[in-house]
Write a protein of this length. Structure first.
Length: 392
C-alpha cells in the first residue's frame, strides 16, 4: 500500500519566534528559512506581517528567497491584517494567507464579547477577503481544542464554502487528550460537507506534554498537515516538535504515513535554531537532545556494544547524528571501559581489564563523567604495563 504524505507546516519563525528571548532579526530569519526549505518542509509560516514593520520585512524577504516551500503569513480575521499579509507575500512563488478567529465559548464571550453567528460571519468574511489576494487560504479556529464539535463543524463547513483550502484545528491551550483530539478530527471528516475540498491541519500546544501524541492522533484520523516547530519551541510549553512527528511516521511503517523531510538534516537544523535563538535544547529531548543516542548504564552499554538495536530504535545517522555514544560513568561496566579504551588506543586483555576497571571505579566516583584523557590517567595509575597503539 502506498504511503500518504502529511504536509509539514513549520511555524518556528512565527509561533516559535514569538516566545520571549527567541526574537530573531530579518537576517537570522532568512538563514533559518533557507534551511527549512532545504530540510523539505512544505509550508513555512514566516511571521505575522501586521504585527510590526520588522515582521513585515521578514515575511517580504523570505517570500523572495524561498524556492520550494509555500510561504505563509498569519492574520487575525481583520481586513487590514489580510491586506498587509497579502502585500508582504506578493513576491512568494506559493503564497498562503493564514487567517482565523477564536471559536470556543470562552473566546467568543471574553475575547470578542460576541455570539456564535457573528463569529461565523467574521470567519467567512475573512476567508472571502483573503481569497481576493491568494488562492491558498488557511483558516484557523483558535481554541478548537475546547470548541464543541458541532459548532466547530458548522464553522468549518462555512469557511470551506467561502474557499478555505486548509482547516487548522488548534489545540491552542494544549488541553486535549490524544483520543479526544483524534475524535475531533474524525468528527470533522465525517460531518463537514465538502470536507474533501480542504486539508485538515493539526496545530497542538504542549502544555500537558501531549502535543506530539495529539498531532499523531490527528493524522491517524484523517488530518494531512501538522503544524510544528524545530525543537518544539513555542508559546508556554511549546508547539509540536517537528523532528518528533517526522521520525514517528518514518519509524512506524504500519501508519502508512510519511513526510518529505530529509531527516539527515534534523540534528544540524536543531543546532542552528537553538544557536540563533539562544534557546538550549534539553539533553534528554527526543531525537535531537545531546543524550538522545548516549548510553551510560552498564547494562545498556553492554547491549549496545553487542548490537546497537538492543537499545536504539533508530539509526542516529538517519537524523544526522554521527554515532551513538558510550558515556563512561561510575555506573558503566567493563564492556564500556574496554570499548572506550580501545577507541583511544588501549587494547586490554581480560586480566588487564579487571585491574584497570577497579581503578576506573575509584576515579569515576569522583567525577560525573570519565573522558578520553582520563582513561590514560586511570591506566597509568593501575601500575600495569599496557602499550598504547595508534588510533586511526
Ligand atoms: O495556537 C494557536 O491557536 C495559534 C493560531 C493563531 C493558529 O497559534
Ligand atoms: Zn499556536
Amino acid at each position: 500500500m502506498s504511503k500518504d504524505y502529511v504536509q509539514i507546516f513549520d511555524t518556528t519563525l512565527r509561533d516559535g519566534e514569538q516566545v520571549p528571548g527567541c526574537k530573531l532579526d530579518t537576517q537570522q530569519k532568512l538563514v533559518i528559512a533557507e534551511r527549512l526549505d532545504t530540510l523539505g518542509v512544505d509550508i513555512i509560516e514566516a511571521g505575522f506581517p501586521v504585527s510590526s514593520p520588522g515582521d513585515f520585512l521578514s515575511v517580504t524577504e523570505i517570500s523572495k528567497l524561498v524556492q520550494n516551500a509555500t510561504v505563509c503569513g498569519l492574520t487575525r480575521a481583520v481586513m487590514k491584517d489580510i491586506e498587509v499579509a497579502a502585500e508582504a507575500l506578493k513576491f512568494a512563488k506559493r503564497p498562503r494567507i493564514h487567517t482565523g478567529i477564536g471559536t470556543s465559548d470562552s473566546h467568543i464571550k471574553f475575547k470578542f464579547n460576541s455570539n456564535k453567528d457573528a463569529i461565523i460571519e467574521r470567519a467567512v468574511a475573512a476567508v472571502k477577503y483573503a481569497k481576493t489576494f491568494v488562492e491558498d487560504v488557511e483558516f484557523y479556529a483558535e481554541d478548537a481544542g475546547r470548541t464543541d464539535n458541532e459548532f466547530l463543524a458548522r464553522v468549518c463547513e462555512e469557511v470551506v464554502k467561502a474557499g478555505a483550502t486548509v482547516l487548522n484545528i488548534p489545540d491552542t491551550t494544549g488541553y486535549c487528550l490524544p483520543e479526544e483530539y483524534g475524535a475531533k478530527i474524525k468528527y470533522l471528516k465525517e460531518n463537514v460537507k465538502d470536507i474533501h475540498k480542504a486539508i485538515l491541519s493539526c496545530h497542538c500546544h504542549n502544555d500537558l506534554g501531549l502535543a506530539t501524541a495529539n498531532s499523531i492522533a490527528g493524522v491517524t484520523n484523517g488530518a494531512r498537515q501538522i503544524e510544528c516547530t524545530i525543537n518544539g519551541i513555542g508559546e508556554r510549553a511549546g508547539n509540536t516538535s517537528l523532528e518528533e512527528v517526522v521520525m514517528i511516521m518514518r519509524q512506524h511503517p504500519t501508519l502508512n504515513l510519511d513526510t518529505r523531510i530529509n531527516s539527515k538534516l534534523l540534528y544540524d537544523t536543531s543546532l542552528m535554531v537553538s544557536n540563533k535563538m539562544g534557546m538550549p535544547v534539553q539533553p534528554n529531548k527526543a531525537i535531537v537532545g545531546s543524550n538522545a543516542f548516549a548510553h551510560s548504564s552498564g547494562i545498556h552499554q553492554d547491549g549496545v556494544i553487542k548490537n546497537r538495536e538492543t537499545y536504539e530504535i533508530m539509526d542516529p545517522a538517519d537524523v544526522g547524528v554521527n554515532e551513538s555514544s558510550i558515556i563512561l560513568t561510575a555506573r558503566s561496566g567493563r564492556a564500556a571501559l574496554a570499548y572506550r579504551a580501545k577507541k583511544v588506543g588501549y587494547e586490554l586483555t581480560k586480566l588487564q581489564l579487571d585491574v584497570v576497571y577497579q581503578e576506573f571505579l575509584k576515579f569515576a566516583d569522583t567525577k560525573k563523567e570519565v573522558l578520553d584523557d582520563d582513561i590514560s590517567t586511570i591506566i597509568n595509575n593501575s601500575n600495569i604495563e599496557i602499550k598504547k597503539t595508534a588510533v586511526s
